[in-house]
Design a protein around this ligand. Structure first.
Ligand code: NAD
Length: 423
């Protein structure tokens, strides 16, 4: 499949990476040619070029996508990304990952993803709202309470979700809170959703360190990305006794062997939106962060960061993938060879989609839970998935990624076979 706006030369193509990961388990699962072809392609995709009225009176044309990869196990589910380097291939890859993710944690969804090529930081609030409402309208032929439920991803937040919910509700003539998740609580959001991905990472770090035989206060952590996922993970890990020694965002970051206080970093970041210049340690680049001698490394920014170029230099004992697709297949092989435990994205960062599922269930029932109930259920679902993957890894002597994919893809294939081919 060709893409019209591929990434810069040399950057790993995320869709090719996702298909390579899928191919690495399809032999083992004994999939026939038809099943392989079907699952290596999206089911449906929309490309929309749409106008947005800007504050200066001009009109700008933006490009957005919504891709549904598979619906065999339930409605499509997946976030919406606003980022200048969004490509159709990236959205396809992320939609495929969502299919495996919802299956491996065993919640009744398929996989989808959306994205708009835009730097949201360069838009005013009004322009961002105009863009969001028009994009929501363009993809409204796909999204809906029972068919495809978006959520936040990079560059989008609860406010963007509220605008999407309101736009779809205006079209229908009544409120449809369950059409998106990650909404503010006042319009049908759930307690615990803002922290869910970071909290899931904390639970996974606790399990993974125990599995690796690492224990005690002060295990060191480096985190790439200081947004919804990275900053929340940093705060929760710090609170749980881990020593967060390094944090970066797109502007770079800081390293302090004694540990940094994530709340102080957040305080520094608030006025400028950047970590750059935070006075709590030595200045650090994104590339340097990845190869620090720490117990736990959490990539929580963009994809394709751990590659054949830097994997051999990695010194972390455990890598917990907060970002989607941070590790290329070549890098995976190097990390495995070097004995580094990698907890793959489709398990490690599933906290967000798990609590999104809880939000959708609460919206459907118009009955809302307390935060401790949400967190307890999140713990149960994500740890069950982690342990199923680890049990398989011990039994079959395979990597956690291979086992997570075998479980996830296997469940999707089973659902497709049971449903059969229509007509
Ligand atoms: P966000 O927009 O809130 O934050 C992204 C962070 O990454 C920012 O700190 C930004 O400065 C940094 N960043 C951007 N480009 C970078 C670069 N080139 N190098 C280093 N840092 C860079 O996004 P988020 O919601 O925290 O998502 C981060 C990752 O986690 C993405 O891969 C996303 O797909 C994944 N994820 C998010 C959720 C969720 O619930 N938000 C759930 C699962 C997975």
């Amino acid at each position: 499949m060709r893409n019209s706006n591929s990434k810069s030369e040399g950057a790993p193509n995320p869709y090719e990476m996702a298909v390579a990961q899928f191919n690495s388990v399809s032999d083992r699962l004994g999939l026939d040619e038809g099943m392989r072809r079907l699952l290596s392609m999206p089911k449906r995709e929309i490309t929309a070029n749409f106008p947005v009225r800007m504050d200066d009176g001009s009109t700008q044309v933006f490009t957005g996508y919504r891709v549904q990869h598979n619906l065999a196990r339930g409605p499509a589910k997946g976030g919406i990304r606003y980022h200048p380097s969004v490509t159709l291939d990236e959205v396809r890859a992320l939609a495929m990952l969502m299919t495996w993710k919802t299956a491996v944690v065993n919640i009744p969804y398929g996989g989808a993803k959306g994205g708009v090529i835009v730097d949201p930081k360069k838009l005013s609030d009004r322009e961002l709202e105009n863009l969001t409402r028009r994009y929501a309208t363009e993809i409204s032929i796909l999204i809906g309470l029972e068919g495809d439920i978006p959520a936040p991803d990079m560059g989008t937040d609860d406010r963007v979700m509220a605008w999407i919910m309101d736009t779809i509700s205006m079209h229908r003539g009544y409120s449809v809170p369950g059409v998106v998740t990650g909404k503010p609580i006042s319009v049908g959001g759930t307690a615990g959703r803002m922290e869910a991905t970071g909290r899931g990472l904390l639970y996974i770090v606790q399990e993974a360190t125990a599995y690796r035989g690492l224990s005690g206060d002060g295990l060191t952590v480096a985190i790439q990305g200081f947004g919804n996922v990275g900053a929340v993970a940093a705060r929760l890990l710090h609170g749980a006794g881990y020593r967060v020694v390094a944090v970066t965002d797109a502007s770079g970051g800081v390293y302090n062997r004694g540990g940094v206080d994530p709340d102080a970093l957040l305080h520094h970041k608030r006025p400028t939106g950047q970590l750059l210049g935070a006075p709590f340690g030595d200045r650090l680049s994104n590339e340097e962060l990845l190869t620090l001698p720490v117990d736990i490394l959490i990539p929580a920014a963009v994809g394709g960061q751990i590659t054949a170029r830097n994997a051999a230099k990695m010194q972390a004992k455990i890598i917990v993938e907060g970002a989607n697709g941070p590790t290329t297949p070549e890098a995976d092989a190097i990390l495995e060879g070097n004995g580094i435990l990698v907890v793959p994205d489709i398990v490690a960062n599933a906290g967000g989609v798990i609590v999104s599922y809880f939000e959708w269930v609460q919206d459907l029932q118009s009955f809302f839970w307390e935060e401790d109930e949400v967190n307890k259920r999140l713990h149960r679902v994500i740890i069950r998935a982690f342990r199923e993957v680890v049990d398989m890894a011990k039994r079959d002597r395979r990597s956690l990624r291979q086992c997570a994919l075998l479980l996830g893809v296997g469940r999707v294939v089973e659902a497709m076979k049971i449903r059969g081919i229509y007509p």
